[in-house]
Ligand binder design. Structure first.
Ligand code: PGA
Length: 255
C-alpha cells in the first residue's frame, strides 16, 4: 500500500515579473524549510529559468502551465516538453480549464499533451472539471469521467503515479466560490473509483488535487477529505506567505 504524499502546486497563470518573482522567491525561501507537502511552482515560460535558480535549496520544484503535444518543428509560439526539462522544469499542468475554454483544447488534445509530457520525462498535472452549466444539468460525474477516461486510454492509470490529477470545478476557479469539502470529496471519490477500475494499485498511489479558490482559510478542511491529496492553487499562490500556509495545511500522507 503506497501512501500518497500531499502535493500543493502553485499556478501563477499569466502573472509575474522578474522583480515581483524575486520578492516572492525570497519570501518563499525564508519559510520553506519544512513545507509539510511536496510543492510545485508553475510560472509563465519566460520565468521558468528564474524559478529553477530561485527554488534551488528548497523542497519545491518548477512547473510549466502547458506544453506542445508535438516533438519539434514548425509550431510557432509553442514549447516542447524537452525544452521545459532543459530549463529545469519537472512538472507541467495540462488541460487547465482556461486552456480548454480559451484555446479550444479537446479531451483528445489534453490526453496527447499528457502523453507527450510523460514521454519527455515531465510529471503532468492533468486538470479535469465541470462547468457551472454542466453541474446544474446534473452532468458533473459524466463530464469528469469522460475527461479522465480519454487520458487513461492514452497513458494508462499507472503513468499518472508520476504526476497528478487536479479536479477543478470551473465555477470555483477564481470566483471565490469554493466547492464544499463534501462536494469536492464526492467527485474525488468517483475519480478514485474510476482509477481503481483501471488499476487498483495506481488508484491508491495517484494524487488527486483539488483546485478552485483554495485559500489559507479553507485549505485544511478540503485537504482533510479522504480522497483529496493537496491542491492546485491560483490566486492565493501569488502571495508567498499564503502559498506557504496552504502547503502547511496538509494532513499526514494518506493511502
Ligand atoms: P484559483 O485558481 O485558485 O484562483 O481559483 C485555481 C486554478 O485555476 O488552478
Amino acid at each position: 500500500m503506497s501512501a500518497r504524499r500531499p502535493l500543493v502546486a502553485a499556478n501563477w497563470k499569466m502573472n509575474g515579473s522578474i522583480a515581483a518573482n524575486e520578492q516572492w522567491l525570497a519570501e518563499f525561501r525564508a519559510g520553506a524549510k519544512n513545507l509539510g507537502s511536496d510543492a510545485v511552482v508553475s510560472a509563465p515560460y519566460p520565468y521558468l529559468a528564474q524559478l529553477w535558480v530561485g527554488l534551488k535549496g528548497t523542497p519545491a520544484e518548477v512547473g510549466a502551465q502547458d506544453l506542445s503535444e508535438h516533438r519539434a518543428g514548425a509550431y510557432t509560439g509553442d514549447v516542447t516538453g524537452e525544452m521545459l526539462v532543459d530549463v529545469g522544469c519537472r512538472w507541467v499542468i495540462v488541460g487547465h480549464s482556461e486552456r480548454r475554454a480559451l484555446h479550444g483544447e479537446s479531451n483528445e488534445r489534453v490526453a496527447a499533451k499528457a502523453a507527450r509530457a510523460l514521454d519527455a520525462g515531465l510529471r503532468p498535472i492533468v486538470c479535469i472539471g465541470e462547468t457551472l452549466a454542466e453541474r446544474e444539468a446534473g452532468r458533473t460525474h459524466e463530464v469528469v469521467r469522460t475527461q479522465l477516461a480519454v487520458v487513461l486510454a492514452a497513458v494508462g492509470a499507472a503513468a499518472l503515479e508520476r504526476g497528478a490529477i487536479a479536479y477543478e470545478p470551473v465555477w470555483a476557479i477564481g470566483t471565490g466560490r469554493t466547492a464544499t469539502p463534501a462536494q469536492a470529496q464526492e467527485v474525488h471519490g468517483a475519480i478514485r473509483a474510476q482509477l481503481a477500475a483501471a488499476d487498483p494499485g495506481a488508484a491508491r498511489a495517484v494524487r488527486v488535487l483539488y483546485g478552485g479558490s483554495v485559500k489559507p482559510a479553507n485549505a485544511a478542511e478540503l485537504f482533510a477529505q479522504l480522497d483529496i491529496d493537496g491542491g492546485l492553487i491560483g490566486g492565493a499562490s501569488l502571495i508567498a506567505r499564503d502559498f506557504l500556509a496552504i502547503c502547511a495545511a496538509v494532513p499526514r500522507p494518506k493511502g
